[in-house]
Write a protein that binds this ligand. Structure first.
Ligand SMILES: Nc1ncnc2c1ncn2[C@@H]1O[C@H](COP(=O)(O)OP(=O)(O)OP(=O)(O)O)[C@@H](O)[C@H]1O
Ligand SMILES: [Mg+2]
Length: 274
Protein backbone atom coordinates (compact mmCIF):
# COMPACT_ATOMS: atom_id res chain seq x y z
CA UNK A 1 0.00 0.00 0.00
CA UNK A 2 1.57 3.26 -0.98
CA UNK A 3 0.90 6.26 1.17
CA UNK A 4 1.47 9.78 0.02
CA UNK A 5 2.04 12.49 2.53
CA UNK A 6 3.61 15.85 2.69
CA UNK A 7 5.69 17.41 5.40
CA UNK A 8 4.96 19.90 8.07
CA UNK A 9 3.95 22.56 5.61
CA UNK A 10 0.36 21.46 5.98
CA UNK A 11 -0.10 20.64 2.32
CA UNK A 12 -1.41 17.16 3.08
CA UNK A 13 -5.01 16.93 1.99
CA UNK A 14 -6.39 15.63 5.21
CA UNK A 15 -8.75 16.87 7.85
CA UNK A 16 -11.60 17.56 5.49
CA UNK A 17 -13.48 14.33 5.99
CA UNK A 18 -12.74 11.00 7.53
CA UNK A 19 -11.75 8.10 5.34
CA UNK A 20 -11.52 4.64 6.88
CA UNK A 21 -7.99 3.32 6.69
CA UNK A 22 -7.21 1.63 3.43
CA UNK A 23 -9.24 3.96 1.29
CA UNK A 24 -7.25 5.73 -1.36
CA UNK A 25 -6.70 9.42 -1.43
CA UNK A 26 -5.28 9.53 -4.92
CA UNK A 27 -4.59 12.95 -6.34
CA UNK A 28 -6.13 14.77 -3.42
CA UNK A 29 -2.79 14.55 -1.68
CA UNK A 30 0.15 16.57 -2.81
CA UNK A 31 3.58 15.02 -3.10
CA UNK A 32 5.58 17.48 -1.06
CA UNK A 33 8.82 16.48 0.62
CA UNK A 34 8.58 14.79 3.96
CA UNK A 35 10.62 16.77 6.41
CA UNK A 36 10.13 15.82 10.02
CA UNK A 37 12.74 16.66 12.57
CA UNK A 38 13.50 13.11 13.57
CA UNK A 39 15.12 10.99 10.87
CA UNK A 40 17.83 8.29 10.97
CA UNK A 41 16.13 5.23 9.49
CA UNK A 42 12.76 6.99 9.50
CA UNK A 43 10.99 6.89 6.17
CA UNK A 44 11.63 9.89 3.97
CA UNK A 45 8.32 9.74 2.18
CA UNK A 46 4.85 8.32 2.32
CA UNK A 47 4.62 7.38 5.98
CA UNK A 48 1.55 5.43 7.09
CA UNK A 49 1.46 7.05 10.50
CA UNK A 50 3.07 10.29 11.53
CA UNK A 51 2.95 12.92 14.20
CA UNK A 52 4.02 16.52 13.74
CA UNK A 53 5.07 18.92 16.46
CA UNK A 54 2.96 17.35 19.16
CA UNK A 55 2.68 19.05 22.48
CA UNK A 56 0.49 17.81 25.26
CA UNK A 57 -0.16 19.22 28.69
CA UNK A 58 -2.15 18.04 31.64
CA UNK A 59 -3.29 20.61 34.13
CA UNK A 60 -3.28 19.28 37.66
CA UNK A 61 -4.10 21.49 40.64
CA UNK A 62 -3.69 24.58 38.49
CA UNK A 63 -0.23 23.60 37.29
CA UNK A 64 0.53 22.47 33.75
CA UNK A 65 2.51 19.30 33.19
CA UNK A 66 3.98 19.59 29.72
CA UNK A 67 4.71 16.16 28.31
CA UNK A 68 5.77 16.54 24.69
CA UNK A 69 7.97 19.19 23.21
CA UNK A 70 7.29 19.35 19.49
CA UNK A 71 7.35 15.59 19.19
CA UNK A 72 7.49 14.29 15.60
CA UNK A 73 7.94 10.85 14.13
CA UNK A 74 6.90 8.76 11.15
CA UNK A 75 6.25 5.08 10.55
CA UNK A 76 6.01 3.18 7.32
CA UNK A 77 3.12 0.86 6.67
CA UNK A 78 3.96 -2.61 7.93
CA UNK A 79 6.55 -1.55 10.52
CA UNK A 80 6.68 -2.99 14.00
CA UNK A 81 8.07 -0.25 16.22
CA UNK A 82 8.82 -0.47 19.92
CA UNK A 83 8.59 2.61 22.12
CA UNK A 84 10.61 2.56 25.31
CA UNK A 85 11.18 5.18 27.98
CA UNK A 86 11.07 5.82 31.68
CA UNK A 87 7.89 5.51 33.65
CA UNK A 88 6.01 8.80 33.39
CA UNK A 89 7.72 9.81 30.13
CA UNK A 90 4.36 9.87 28.36
CA UNK A 91 4.31 6.61 26.40
CA UNK A 92 0.71 5.73 27.21
CA UNK A 93 -0.34 9.31 26.56
CA UNK A 94 1.31 9.15 23.14
CA UNK A 95 -0.59 5.95 22.28
CA UNK A 96 -3.81 7.67 23.36
CA UNK A 97 -3.09 10.51 20.93
CA UNK A 98 -2.30 8.06 18.10
CA UNK A 99 -5.49 6.14 18.80
CA UNK A 100 -7.78 9.18 19.10
CA UNK A 101 -8.49 8.48 22.75
CA UNK A 102 -7.22 11.97 23.50
CA UNK A 103 -6.28 15.03 21.45
CA UNK A 104 -2.95 16.84 21.68
CA UNK A 105 -2.67 20.38 22.95
CA UNK A 106 -1.12 21.24 19.59
CA UNK A 107 0.29 19.45 16.56
CA UNK A 108 -1.32 16.65 14.67
CA UNK A 109 -1.42 12.92 14.10
CA UNK A 110 -2.07 11.52 10.64
CA UNK A 111 -2.88 7.85 10.10
CA UNK A 112 -3.36 6.43 6.63
CA UNK A 113 -3.90 9.93 5.25
CA UNK A 114 -6.54 10.76 7.83
CA UNK A 115 -5.86 13.63 10.18
CA UNK A 116 -6.77 11.96 13.44
CA UNK A 117 -6.56 15.14 15.49
CA UNK A 118 -9.33 16.92 13.63
CA UNK A 119 -11.88 14.11 13.59
CA UNK A 120 -15.30 14.85 15.02
CA UNK A 121 -16.35 12.72 17.99
CA UNK A 122 -18.34 10.45 15.73
CA UNK A 123 -15.51 10.08 13.24
CA UNK A 124 -13.06 9.41 16.06
CA UNK A 125 -15.30 6.66 17.40
CA UNK A 126 -15.41 5.12 13.94
CA UNK A 127 -11.62 5.39 13.59
CA UNK A 128 -11.15 3.68 16.96
CA UNK A 129 -13.57 0.92 16.10
CA UNK A 130 -12.56 0.21 12.52
CA UNK A 131 -8.95 1.23 12.06
CA UNK A 132 -7.22 0.72 15.37
CA UNK A 133 -6.74 -2.31 17.57
CA UNK A 134 -5.69 -1.74 21.18
CA UNK A 135 -4.01 -4.10 23.58
CA UNK A 136 -3.34 -2.82 27.09
CA UNK A 137 -1.23 -4.05 29.96
CA UNK A 138 -4.41 -4.99 31.79
CA UNK A 139 -6.63 -6.68 29.27
CA UNK A 140 -9.91 -5.02 30.36
CA UNK A 141 -11.98 -8.05 29.45
CA UNK A 142 -15.47 -8.37 30.85
CA UNK A 143 -14.95 -11.21 33.37
CA UNK A 144 -18.53 -12.47 33.37
CA UNK A 145 -18.66 -12.81 29.59
CA UNK A 146 -17.19 -15.72 27.67
CA UNK A 147 -13.92 -15.39 25.81
CA UNK A 148 -15.85 -15.53 22.51
CA UNK A 149 -18.27 -12.81 23.63
CA UNK A 150 -15.39 -10.58 24.68
CA UNK A 151 -13.64 -11.02 21.34
CA UNK A 152 -16.89 -10.35 19.47
CA UNK A 153 -17.50 -7.00 21.24
CA UNK A 154 -15.97 -4.69 18.59
CA UNK A 155 -18.08 -6.35 15.89
CA UNK A 156 -21.23 -6.08 17.99
CA UNK A 157 -20.40 -2.43 18.68
CA UNK A 158 -20.40 -1.71 14.99
CA UNK A 159 -23.72 -3.49 14.52
CA UNK A 160 -22.76 -6.91 13.15
CA UNK A 161 -25.15 -9.81 13.75
CA UNK A 162 -24.39 -11.67 16.98
CA UNK A 163 -24.14 -15.11 15.36
CA UNK A 164 -21.66 -13.85 12.77
CA UNK A 165 -19.66 -11.91 15.34
CA UNK A 166 -19.37 -15.00 17.56
CA UNK A 167 -18.39 -17.15 14.61
CA UNK A 168 -15.61 -14.74 13.74
CA UNK A 169 -14.58 -14.50 17.41
CA UNK A 170 -14.19 -18.28 17.64
CA UNK A 171 -11.99 -18.35 14.58
CA UNK A 172 -9.84 -15.58 16.09
CA UNK A 173 -9.57 -17.52 19.33
CA UNK A 174 -8.31 -20.45 17.28
CA UNK A 175 -5.67 -18.20 15.72
CA UNK A 176 -4.39 -17.14 19.11
CA UNK A 177 -4.27 -20.74 20.32
CA UNK A 178 -7.40 -20.70 22.46
CA UNK A 179 -9.90 -22.75 20.51
CA UNK A 180 -10.60 -24.83 23.60
CA UNK A 181 -11.40 -21.79 25.73
CA UNK A 182 -14.05 -19.97 23.67
CA UNK A 183 -16.88 -20.64 26.13
CA UNK A 184 -14.84 -20.03 29.29
CA UNK A 185 -15.65 -16.88 31.17
CA UNK A 186 -12.83 -14.41 30.77
CA UNK A 187 -12.40 -14.30 34.55
CA UNK A 188 -11.64 -18.03 34.53
CA UNK A 189 -8.64 -17.75 32.22
CA UNK A 190 -4.98 -17.36 33.13
CA UNK A 191 -3.25 -13.99 32.71
CA UNK A 192 -1.51 -15.08 29.50
CA UNK A 193 -4.73 -16.52 28.11
CA UNK A 194 -6.61 -13.33 28.94
CA UNK A 195 -4.02 -11.31 27.08
CA UNK A 196 -4.43 -13.62 24.06
CA UNK A 197 -8.18 -13.00 24.20
CA UNK A 198 -7.46 -9.25 24.30
CA UNK A 199 -5.24 -9.60 21.23
CA UNK A 200 -7.97 -11.47 19.38
CA UNK A 201 -10.43 -8.72 20.38
CA UNK A 202 -8.04 -6.06 19.11
CA UNK A 203 -7.57 -7.74 15.75
CA UNK A 204 -11.05 -9.04 14.98
CA UNK A 205 -11.89 -5.88 13.04
CA UNK A 206 -8.72 -6.34 10.94
CA UNK A 207 -7.30 -2.94 11.94
CA UNK A 208 -4.50 -1.33 9.99
CA UNK A 209 -2.90 -0.04 13.16
CA UNK A 210 -2.23 -2.01 16.33
CA UNK A 211 -1.39 -0.04 19.49
CA UNK A 212 -0.08 -2.21 22.28
CA UNK A 213 0.68 -0.61 25.65
CA UNK A 214 2.88 -2.91 27.71
CA UNK A 215 0.93 -5.95 26.59
CA UNK A 216 3.34 -8.25 28.41
CA UNK A 217 3.85 -6.02 31.45
CA UNK A 218 1.66 -8.06 33.76
CA UNK A 219 2.91 -11.49 32.68
CA UNK A 220 5.63 -13.86 33.83
CA UNK A 221 8.60 -14.09 31.47
CA UNK A 222 7.42 -17.23 29.69
CA UNK A 223 3.92 -15.87 29.05
CA UNK A 224 5.42 -12.50 28.06
CA UNK A 225 7.60 -14.21 25.47
CA UNK A 226 4.68 -16.19 24.11
CA UNK A 227 2.33 -13.16 23.94
CA UNK A 228 5.01 -11.06 22.25
CA UNK A 229 5.68 -13.84 19.73
CA UNK A 230 1.97 -14.01 19.01
CA UNK A 231 1.79 -10.26 18.35
CA UNK A 232 4.92 -10.48 16.23
CA UNK A 233 3.63 -13.35 14.10
CA UNK A 234 0.18 -11.81 13.63
CA UNK A 235 1.87 -8.54 12.71
CA UNK A 236 4.18 -10.21 10.17
CA UNK A 237 1.38 -12.25 8.61
CA UNK A 238 -0.88 -9.27 8.07
CA UNK A 239 -0.74 -5.87 6.47
CA UNK A 240 -0.58 -4.07 9.76
CA UNK A 241 1.49 -1.35 11.41
CA UNK A 242 2.23 -1.95 15.06
CA UNK A 243 3.35 0.40 17.82
CA UNK A 244 4.30 -1.45 20.96
CA UNK A 245 5.25 0.19 24.24
CA UNK A 246 7.37 -1.98 26.48
CA UNK A 247 9.77 -1.89 29.40
CA UNK A 248 11.14 -5.25 28.29
CA UNK A 249 14.31 -4.43 26.34
CA UNK A 250 14.85 -7.99 25.13
CA UNK A 251 11.45 -7.85 23.44
CA UNK A 252 11.95 -4.27 22.19
CA UNK A 253 15.07 -5.39 20.33
CA UNK A 254 12.95 -7.71 18.21
CA UNK A 255 11.03 -4.79 16.70
CA UNK A 256 11.98 -3.29 13.34
CA UNK A 257 12.96 -0.08 15.13
CA UNK A 258 13.16 1.12 18.68
CA UNK A 259 12.21 4.68 19.61
CA UNK A 260 12.96 6.10 23.04
CA UNK A 261 10.69 8.73 24.52
CA UNK A 262 12.88 11.05 26.49
CA UNK A 263 12.44 14.68 27.58
CA UNK A 264 9.36 15.07 25.42
CA UNK A 265 10.93 13.82 22.18
CA UNK A 266 11.14 10.50 20.40
CA UNK A 267 14.57 9.45 19.25
CA UNK A 268 15.59 6.33 17.44
CA UNK A 269 18.02 4.08 19.25
CA UNK A 270 20.04 1.22 17.83
CA UNK A 271 19.21 -2.30 18.98
CA UNK A 272 22.62 -2.51 20.70
CA UNK A 273 21.90 0.63 22.70
CA UNK A 274 18.55 -0.65 23.95
N1 LIG B 1 -5.26 12.18 32.88
C1 LIG B 1 -4.14 12.69 33.41
N2 LIG B 1 -4.18 13.82 34.13
C2 LIG B 1 -3.07 14.36 34.65
N3 LIG B 1 -1.83 13.84 34.51
C3 LIG B 1 -1.72 12.71 33.79
C4 LIG B 1 -2.87 12.07 33.20
N4 LIG B 1 -2.46 10.97 32.55
C5 LIG B 1 -1.14 10.91 32.73
N5 LIG B 1 -0.70 11.94 33.48
C6 LIG B 1 0.70 12.22 33.85
O1 LIG B 1 1.45 12.29 32.65
C7 LIG B 1 2.70 11.65 32.81
C8 LIG B 1 2.87 10.60 31.72
O2 LIG B 1 1.95 9.56 31.94
P1 LIG B 1 1.93 8.25 31.04
O3 LIG B 1 0.91 7.35 31.62
O4 LIG B 1 1.75 8.65 29.62
O5 LIG B 1 3.42 7.70 31.27
P2 LIG B 1 4.09 6.35 30.77
O6 LIG B 1 5.33 6.71 30.05
O7 LIG B 1 3.09 5.53 30.06
O8 LIG B 1 4.48 5.67 32.16
P3 LIG B 1 4.51 4.11 32.56
O9 LIG B 1 5.74 3.52 31.92
O10 LIG B 1 4.61 4.15 34.05
O11 LIG B 1 3.24 3.47 32.08
C9 LIG B 1 2.72 11.08 34.21
O12 LIG B 1 3.52 11.92 35.01
C10 LIG B 1 1.30 11.07 34.65
O13 LIG B 1 1.18 11.28 36.01
MG1 LIG C 1 2.12 3.72 30.46
Amino acid sequence: MEQRASGIDGSLGTGNGYRPAGSTIGDAVSDGGFALGFTQKAPRAHPFLFAENLTHSYVVAGRALRLFDGLSFALNAGELVAIVGQSGAGKSTLLHLLGALDTPTSGRVVCDATCVTTLTRKQAARYRNLDVGYVWQFHYLLPEFSAAENVAMPLLARGDRKSEALHSARSWLERVGLSGRAEHRAGELSGGEQQRVAIARALITEPKLLLADEPTGDLDSESAESVFSLIESLHRSREMTTVLVTHNMALARRADRVLRLTRGKLEEVSAEAV
